[in-house]
Design a protein around this ligand. Structure first.
Ligand code: SAH
Ligand code: TMP
Length: 401
């Protein structure tokens, strides 16, 4: 494999893990499209200068975010509740004045922005995937079907220099050109403006060895240290970081234009904590690599043992994350019969790369599987509650974690 370069500094960096040939994580497909399926090589590198874990290669954003993006925020009731709480917190802390202007990037079907009364707030969403952007419009949201970049600001001039807060969730790690993201935000924000976003957290991924957080859309897995170092380059300061339970462990970051050279006490102590855990250096990344290899070995051992006993396994939750597990561990329909899911755009199709059929979740209750691989492990509570009878009937949930 050729040399890796940091996406921000453009300097040479060290490659850490190669997960091998991967399809588009959300590229659920029909049988007729198997022969034209797109693959790329999924590998990650670590920049010591920015303490940043990044993908080396990825499909172009237009290949991932288009007219049929199959992920809908509203597919999880728990996430709907989370976004209500996120909005309540932000209103109290940052949006006290009448007619505050707020922007969300990656606003998807409008789940977060629907918490802001359109008479009290001036709301704008940037959402490049047309199907979900259209749904947000139906939900009454001012959703611009565009990527968030300077070129597209001509379509929302009223927000330039006047925006109070730019929000995001599970989207900043999807943006390959972070410099462009920050420069666009800088143009939109007013003097006191804030950027607030939450993303899967490197520390949680290391703790759980949840390597399935690594897939084409997640170009970066951030830590407090990497966010601080990246935004420092553009004269923004990190003023708060708040741990979240969502998506297996996330971090919410609050940033503003730099006012002080002094790092506040809370952030300083969080940075020291990350240093102790080796999140800032390649040492942590190399330990994670070893744990990924061990996790793969253990998972395959577990699955082959079950199959030897002639038991049947299905999957539950056709997540984008499952694409990394299935392809990295080479698990196909010979081992997992099918995957149950609630998403209409996935049902009736096949999983990317390994081509396991995706079945409507309502059939989960009709046929008994001895083991269910919970690919949507981050929604465990919600799903176990919904499927209480499965355990009662002797079914067992398994995961790679
Ligand atoms: N914020 C939602 C959706 C996350 S999925 C949630 O947390 O549930 C990521 C979303 O970001 C997708 O809807 C995708 O189309 C969108 N997206 C990807 N790149 C983007 C970019 N450069 N600008 C704005 N939105 C983007
Ligand atoms: P996510 O992990 O990226 O949020 O994706 C969750 C996937 O799991 C999505 O395809 C919807 C599916 N799902 C179910 O099938 N049943 C459920 O109860 C939940 C919460 C999600």
């Amino acid at each position: 494999m050729n040399q890796a370069f940091c996406k921000i500094t453009k300097k040479k960096i060290n490659r850490v893990i190669n997960f091998g040939k991967m399809p588009i994580a959300n590229g659920f497909l029909k049988k007729k499209d198997f022969k034209n399926e797109f693959f790329f090589n999924l590998s990650v590198s670590f920049s010591e200068k920015l303490s940043l874990l990044q993908l080396d290669d990825h499909p172009s954003p237009k290949k991932m975010f288009h007219t049929h993006y199959p992920f809908y925020t509203s597919s999880s009731n728990h996430m709907k509740m989370h976004f209500k709480q996120y909005s309540d917190w932000a209103k109290k802390k940052f949006l006290k004045k009448n007619k505050s202007k707020i922007v969300e990037i990656g606003s998807n079907d409008g789940t977060f922005l629907m918490n802001f009364n359109q008479n009290q707030f001036d709301v704008l969403g940037f959402e490049p995937s047309k199907n979900v952007s259209d749904l947000a419009k139906i939900n009454g949201i001012n959703s611009l079907n565009r990527f968030f970049n300077r070129k597209n600001l001509s379509e929302c001039e009223g927000f330039i220099g006047k925006t109070d807060v730019i929000f995001g969730a599970n989207v900043v790690c999807h943006i390959p050109n972070l410099a462009e993201f920050i420069k666009t935000a800088d143009l939109l924000l007013n003097d006191n403006g804030k950027i607030i976003f939450e993303e899967p957290y490197l520390g949680s991924m290391y703790n759980k060895t949840s390597y399935d957080q690594i897939y084409d859309e997640h170009i970066f897995i951030f830590s407090i240290t990497s966010i601080k170092k990246i935004f420092d380059l553009f004269d923004f300061e990190l003023i708060d970081a708040i741990q979240q339970k969502t998506h297996g462990g996330s971090m919410r970051y609050v940033l503003q234009r730099k006012r002080s050279r002094v790092v506040n006490k809370k952030i300083r102590s969080m940075l020291e904590n990350e240093k102790r855990k080796h999140l800032d250096s390649i040492e942590g990344a190399l330990r994670f690599k070893k744990n990924c290899e061990l996790s793969k070995e253990k998972l395959l051992e577990k699955i082959y043992k079950i199959k030897k006993q002639k038991k049947q396994i299905c999957g539950y939750g056709a997540t984008s994350k499952s694409t990394t597990i299935l392809n990295y561990c080479d698990i196909g329909p010979n081992l997992i019969d099918c995957i149950f899911d609630t998403t209409p755009d996935k049902i009736g199709k096949f999983s990317p790369g390994k081509h396991i059929p995706i079945i409507d979740h309502k059939y989960f209750k009709r046929k008994f599987y001895d083991y269910s691989f919970l690919f949507a492990w981050n929604h465990r509570k919600e799903i176990e509650k919904k499927e209480k009878k499965y355990l009662k009937n002797g079914g067992k949930w398994i995961t790679h974690l």
